[in-house]
Design a protein around this ligand. Structure first.
Ligand code: ZN
Length: 731
């Protein structure tokens, strides 16, 4: 935890202290690698720019004069942890001291932020304010990062120069290729879902999980089998030895289940007996891991085994306590809310702490099904959540955080999360305002703050109580008032940011989720045509601009974005589509492939098809190793609550494999006002259409479908699959 301490006994100043405020000398008294050298150069450069005096940097020397900034390893009597630091004046000098090189580097960036307000907000945004009045803080400060291992997974890390440097400066300390000294990484084979890799060479069937039908499945393993325990322990030792031979000394080694849902766990008599005793499958996992950890402890006392409390291991056991060299990472899939003490998952974590001395959290810091609405994680609850986690000894904090370029205030959230996992006592308002001023400019910042607060308020009012139900309610606050308010605020912010291209671009980035939501939710009917087209054009332009400006993205990612926008643009010109004769005179909602999306890990994608609307279709090709497609093809209409409205078996007569699209009646279901989600199961087209109709009355659902390929008896050169380019709801 963080300690701000005034009670430690620093050597008193002896009257020479005031000289430090005129210094321009930095001496590194510690032997360090590239990380310390880089951070020390940042310190020199920043202080030169802040004060207007040119600082000199001497590495691996000794301070010989007064009024020197000294970087060094703290005296052992302080008892600093390796990642801990001290900032303090001493005998006319100013000291940045760490428990190790890592601690000194942390101290440098903490000092630059505290004392000089130097900030690295994004790859394109560095704030180094000129301040000739700069003085050194007089009070000593001692900081240990509240969370030991801090990771934000964006899915677009390339570990290139940009990422490594930005991570270092913000003390995100995982997977940093350029500065491994600052990186607390996982050892082989990887950080999660590792059991399948452990088992890849096993041939003994009895190692595999026995399911309730008496069959063995290779998705999971019999954790009570002593031979499995020993095999895993031996493999773990082999991983550790091999890593160390290559010079890699990780503390964390993961042994956790594959990323499969419930139902694959072993139910043999021995596993079932442990389950019965412990009341939760995590008990079976715990007994297994305790055995493995006992086998490696003597040889590798500095290794911690990490595992997941996830799906069938999410609930803690009744009695069992995991060994102290095991870290349990809580991962409640679909938990889209901070782990505050009041929250469901916050309370689960409290319970887990009774069974594990080391814990971690897998925080879904966004919701991740479907489009990225103007929606934001409950940022204002983060300080409380992270304090709560730290009180339960969370040593590894993982934020799952994909698609940041298309989400509301995503960069603010990234920066804020990193501040708070180091020190959750920091003031939320102060941090937010500091970021907004740096990112959007001082003039636009208050307006952006108004938008942020408005978004949080609308979400709260809409009843996303635990955040678990975020998907159900995201669409319900996207009413006319919302768009009018938000577009008004963003218009104002754009005017206030005018003249600074960077700030202007950042405001435009904030429009992306707003415009895509409007464009997707407004039906393509004539009365919305103009507004839809305007929103679409702005969305496309801002997305291309934002992606092109992001140095983390590869060229192909930028090209793909550009191509996607061109494709959407072609489609937009075609809308509204001509209505087929059978729907004349009815109310219809017409949805095309662009507004379909995946559900879960299915393999659907948009592919070219000359016979489809706008030359593209939504398809589900047969996956390798999957059963061949066959008639009848079953479709199920459900909503997100898994309420089933219809199940239809489509025959060859209805859907012949003739290369043509056919209108097929799937059944009827209501279009919920606040949910807007429809899953046609097995095909899994998921549609997002909130805000249609006041009363949820049933609509007939017609899908424009094509069955294609050899499985169906069609042309052998055509792709095997079911394709759909359009769905019409009619009543
Ligand atoms: Zn078993």
């Amino acid at each position: 935890m963080v300690m701000m301490t005034g009670c430690v006994s620093f050597k008193p100043n002896d009257g020479r202290a005031e000289g430090i405020d005129r210094t321009s000398t930095i001496v590194v008294e510690a032997d360090g690698g590239e990380t310390l050298a880089f951070a020390a150069e940042d310190l020199r450069n920043c202080l030169s720019r802040v004060t207007g005096r040119e600082f000199t940097l001497t590495t691996s020397g000794r301070a010989t004069e007064d009024a020197t900034i000294i970087l060094r390893i703290a005296d052992a009597t302080w008892g600093l942890a390796k990642d801990e630091w001290l900032l303090h004046p001493e005998n006319g000098n100013y000291c940045i001291e760490g428990g190790s090189e890592t601690g000194i580097v942390g101290g440098i960036y903490d000092f630059l932020e505290r004392a000089a307000n130097c900030l690295w907000l994004d790859r394109d945004t560095t704030v180094i304010p000129h301040n000739p009045e700069f003085t050194f803080p007089k009070d000593p400060i001692r900081v240990r990062p509240a969370v030991y291992s801090r990771e934000i997974y964006t899915g677009m890390d390339r570990n290139g120069e940009e990422d490594s440097v930005l991570k270092l400066r913000n003390l995100e300390n995982t997977w940093n290729r350029r500065f491994p000294a600052m990186s607390v990484d996982f050892g082989s084979p990887r950080a999660n879902h590792t059991l399948g890799t452990y088992a890849k060479d096993w041939t003994d069937e009895t190692y595999l999980a026995l399911d309730s039908t008496g069959k063995r499945n290779n998705q999971h393993y019999c954790l009570s089998n002593p031979k499995v325990r020993h095999a895993v322990a031996e493999q773990l030792k082999a991983y550790i030895r091999s890593d160390r031979e290559q010079g890699s000394y990780s503390e964390f080694y993961d042994i956790s289940q594959n990323d499969t849902g419930n139902g694959y766990e072993c139910v043999c008599p021995e596993c079932s007996a442990i389950l019965a005793r412990e009341g939760a499958y995590s008990g079976v996992l715990g007994e297994f891991l305790n055995a493995v950890s006992a086998e490696i402890r003597d040889e590798f006392p500095d290794v911690t085994i990490t595992t997941l409390a996830y799906n069938f291991t999410l609930k803690p056991p009744r009695h069992l306590v995991f060994a102290d060299n095991i870290l349990v990472r809580m991962c409640g899939i679909g938990c889209w809310a901070p782990f505050t003490p009041e929250s469901y998952y916050g309370q689960e974590l409290a319970e887990w702490r009774q069974h594990a001395s080391q814990t971690g959290v897998w925080d879904y810091a966004k919701h991740f099904n479907g489009l990225e609405w103007p929606y934001i994680y409950k940022l204002d609850e983060l300080p409380s959540a992270i304090r709560n986690c730290c009180s339960y000894n969370v040593r590894h904090y993982f934020f799952e955080y994909e698609n940041p370029l298309e989400r509301s205030f995503a960069q603010l959230q990234w920066w804020l999360m990193l501040r708070l996992v180091i020190n959750p006592e920091r003031d939320y308002d102060e941090l937010v305002d500091k970021f907004l001023a740096g990112y959007y400019g001082a003039k636009a910042a208050p307006v952006m703050r108004e938008y942020l607060d408005y978004l949080l308020l609308r979400q709260k009012e809409s009843g996303t109580k635990k955040g678990i139900d975020a998907l159900h309610t995201v669409a319900c606050y996207l009413d006319d008032g919302f768009y009018a308010t938000v577009n008004g605020l963003l218009d104002r912010a754009e005017r206030l940011a005018a003249g600074n291209p960077l700030h202007e671009r950042h405001v435009r980035r904030e429009r992306i989720p707003v415009d895509i939501a409007f464009h997707t939710l407004m039906p393509p009917v004539p009365e919305y045509k103009a507004a839809r087209t305007k929103a679409f054009r702005r969305y496309a332009a801002n997305t291309i601009e934002t992606f092109n400006a992001c140095p983390r993205l590869a060229e192909w990612q930028k090209t793909t974005t550009q191509e996607k926008m061109t494709l959407y643009s072609t489609l937009e010109e075609l809308l509204p589509l001509p209505v087929p004769k059978q729907f004349h005179g009815k109310d219809i909602v017409d949805i095309v492939w662009k507004d379909f999306t995946r559900y879960g890990n299915q393999m659907q994608s948009i592919s070219p098809d000359d016979a489809a609307v706008g030359g593209r279709t939504w398809g589900k090709p047969r996956e390798t190793d999957a059963e061949p497609f066959s008639y009848p093809v079953e479709f199920t209409l459900t909503d997100f609550n898994n309420t089933e409205y219809a199940k239809t078996a489509v025959t060859r007569e209805q859907l012949p494999p003739d290369g043509n699209y056919h209108w097929i009646h799937i059944g009827s279901m209501p279009l919920p006002n606040d949910n807007g989600l429809l899953v046609a199961k097995n095909f899994c087209a998921m549609l997002w259409k909130g805000g249609i109709g006041i009363v949820p009355e049933p609509w007939h659902v017609w899908a424009h479908l094509k069955a294609s390929g050899a499985d169906f008896g069609g042309a052998t050169e055509a792709p095997n699959g079911i394709f759909c380019d359009r769905i019409i709801f009619a009543k």
